[in-house]
Design a protein around this ligand. Sequence first.
Ligand code: OXD
Ligand code: MN
Length: 596
Amino acid sequence: MSAAISFFDDDARRGSRLDSLTRWVAETAAHTQPDSIHWCDGSDAEIAALNAQMAKDGTLLALNGQTHPRSWLHRSDPSDVARVEHLTFVCTRDPDDAGPNNHWMAPAEGHARMDALFAGCMRGRTLYVIPYCMGPIDSPLSRCGVEITDSPYVVANMRLMTRMGAAALARIEREGRFVKGLHSTGELDPDRRFIMHFPEELSIKSFGSGYGGNALLGKKCHALRIASWQAREEGWLAEHMLIVGIQNPQGQTHYIAAAFPSACGKTNLAMLIPPESYRQAGWKVWTVGDDICWMRPGADGRLYAINPEAGFFGVAPGTSEKSNPNALTTIGHDTIFTNVAVTDDNQPWWEGLDKRVPAKDWQGRDYDPANGPAAHPNSRFTVSARQCPSYSPHAEDPQGVPISAIVFGGRRGSLVPLVFEARNWTHGVLVGASMGSETTAAATGAVGVMRRDPMAMKPFCGYNFADYFAHWLSFDQAGARLPKIFHVNWFRKGADGQFLWPGFGENLRVLEWMIQRVEGTAEAVETPVGRLPPPGAIDLQSAGVSAAAAEELFGVDRPGWIAEFREIQNYLEDYGVRMPDPLGVEAARILGQLMD
Ligand code: OXD
Ligand code: MN
């Protein structure tokens, strides 16, 4: 399938708006020395040939074709299973533009380091050129990019995760502007691994990893880090949020955008199945996206959102008939599984799926519990969003869907109530900016450590958080009809270490209260930290929550919150003069009320 440098020979392309693309590809090829170049058109024939090649060389292992038609297992290098935040850099001329929330390197140094790694790295390999569009191909909110990679696994994943191929190339030709992403798996050596972003040049260089978040450059690198920069320049928001439509029995749908750190249930919430009584009453849930949301004010002052992705790169462990039946149906065919275990009849398996005992673990060893979990805790599935039974009929609307509510949520074992509403936009921005969460397996490093993860963007904001919060505040303008902002905590634990809230489908009870607040039909109780649902506003009994648990879930522990707000103040102050004053003023106001 390789060969074909024909694109360069095509005189029709010369002098077109693709000139800069063809020049970049030629320069990259001269530098990386691939054996051949392949321009991806996104066709069925192309992916069939690529899959056959990967099956032959062992990159992909065919799964049970009866139970999982056209699905594959990929086992990554055991040292390459998650995002590497300590090796991820934002390279801006002024270090303050990257901010204390990013690792920084001067652009010239970043390029020099990366260029040294890339020199000759594609010898013996094919260089793939992947033109892609983040967002519906005909949406004015979408943005295009081109990834150059030497990994066919990346090509196969990008085909599921983005609108990739001929149509994207045509849009790039029309617009002339695109994000440049250069990727090589290199030798998969953790000591020769870097993910560098150059937002001022709209470019990315990633070397030494084949893991999704490091290698599928359309996702975290483009759609969050570079896009957040582009969004500030152009007046929109690029966020680490799912988008879900909640249809009430009257047939009205409210769209909610919700930010949670990685591996905190975004996919589950995006595909929620209503509790039985809600289903009978006529509630429906529609999935627009499970990870990334691009939002822009529309002519009517509301925020309109698209999901820039075309697929799901979801965490497998914990996905089951109970937790997320929609996801299980979605991944029933045409799916790439990465680092899951397999059963003796070659079906994909992970912890939390069911009671079967796997035959091989994620490294292909005979399963032995002494070696740890059978599936890697950050094992993933990659699948087209169109296979999702709850995929919204409006998910591909070019103008996006109007957002009624924004939800921020962290993984907090204590203190933070199940839900509260922010008083206004500024308070809501503070709620997002001060979000804390316990770390998960989605990134390398310790798991379960509480850290500030503002708007769930700590690993993903491509510029200084202080400027980012100022950008968020700037949306509060005359004529704006902004969504209400809420905070949730599905992960609160009791003294016995057990979760107090059942989560999953039951979360709809909380979303219902939010929607009623948006519609002006539900009450709320004012507290210093925000507005809480009054007793009885959420049917906790039907969710199986005891009165004692309810008291904990909605309690406001003043000494605990005073300590929390002191920490928040210190956190904001760490950003120095760039931190917008309204957030400090709001935090001081709340602290004052807590101490009254
Ligand atoms: C992801 C992540 O892959 O956040 O979505 O790590
Ligand atoms: Mn994510």
